[in-house]
Write a protein of this length. Structure first.
Length: 281
């Protein structure tokens, strides 16, 4: 167990090194985050600016329920599509770097556009699953929450490698799901330990990001408190972007090694072989 966590820690640090070499990759999660804010605003603004619409949503009618379900599904779909589109761009850039190339943002967006139909289909599948989980959760408050949590976790695990498979192997969602499940059988422990390593790094980075706010509060002046909070918020946003990018990079690295038997240039062969063992070679 400790060996796996140690390997996960090493893989997380090597993923950070990849991001350090291509800092522009942070723009993918940044643009994705901004896009998600815009999407959320587009759904929330009508509730505040249109009294008739808000009153209609408060009525108890079957047509209202259908509209709410349709809006929720659309919200899920657009959010999944945005996240997957920009992650696909990041995956494309990571694969170029793993093959010794020097990726650009244009390479990433071009990759995402080439896989647009597959991303669209997988976003539909994910939105449908999200809706079903929401229905189960709503059917019984306590039992539904437990069942939803278990099913949601199972879905997240089994689809761990779906997006890299979609992007790299250019196959459809159903085949990609089967391929992801197959790869996961031999890598779930390593994927988990790697994410634990990332979580530890992000935790300490988050604590460091809170220092300016803490110092501002200790100084005690209004200016110092405001400045400290602003700096900490900016740092926390940066930590979130780094965390998102690194998680995607390490997922691609695990997929590349376990699925393609290829050792990314930026990763230590000994660490990968220690993590996966000779049975996966």
């Amino acid at each position: 167990m400790f060996t796996r966590i140690g390997s996960g820690w090493a893989l997380a640090k090597q993923s950070l090194a990849v991001l350090k070499a291509d800092k522009e990759l942070l723009l993918f999660p940044l643009i994705s985050g901004i896009s998600l804010v815009v999407v959320s605003a587009s759904f929330l603004v009508p509730l505040f600016v249109s009294d008739p619409f808000r009153q209609y949503l408060q009525t108890e009618t079957s047509s209202r329920d259908i509209l709410v379900c349709a809006m929720l599904f659309l919200f899920y779909f657009i959010n999944y599509f945005v996240i997957m589109f920009f992650n696909a761009g990041l995956i494309g850039c990571a694969m170029i770097r793993f093959r010794g190339g020097n990726p650009t943002l244009g390479d990433g967006f071009r990759t995402a556009m080439e896989r647009l139909l597959h991303i669209f289909c997988w976003a539909l599948v994910s939105a449908t699953v999200g809706m079903l989980l929401k229905v189960i959760e709503s059917s019984s408050e306590k039992v539904g929450q437990i069942v939803t949590a278990l099913l949601g976790m199972t879905w997240s695990v089994t689809t761990y490698f779906v997006l890299p498979v979609l992007v790299v192997e250019k196959i459809g969602p159903v085949t990609a799901f089967k391929r992801s499940t197959s790869i996961l059988k031999n890598t779930w422990g390593e994927a988990l330990s790697a994410n634990i390593g990332i979580a530890i790094i992000v935790f300490f980075m988050g604590l460091f990001a809170l220092l300016p706010a803490g110092l501002g509060i200790i100084i005690g002046t209004s200016a110092s408190v405001l400045t400290g909070i602003v700096v900490s918020v900016v740092c926390l946003i940066l930590v979130s972007l780094i965390s998102s990018a690194v998680r995607t990079i390490i997922t691609v690295a695990l997929y590349d090694f376990a699925g393609n038997s290829h050792i990314p240039e930026q990763f230590d062969q000994r660490v990968l072989e220690q993590a996966f063992g000779p049975k996966n070679r």
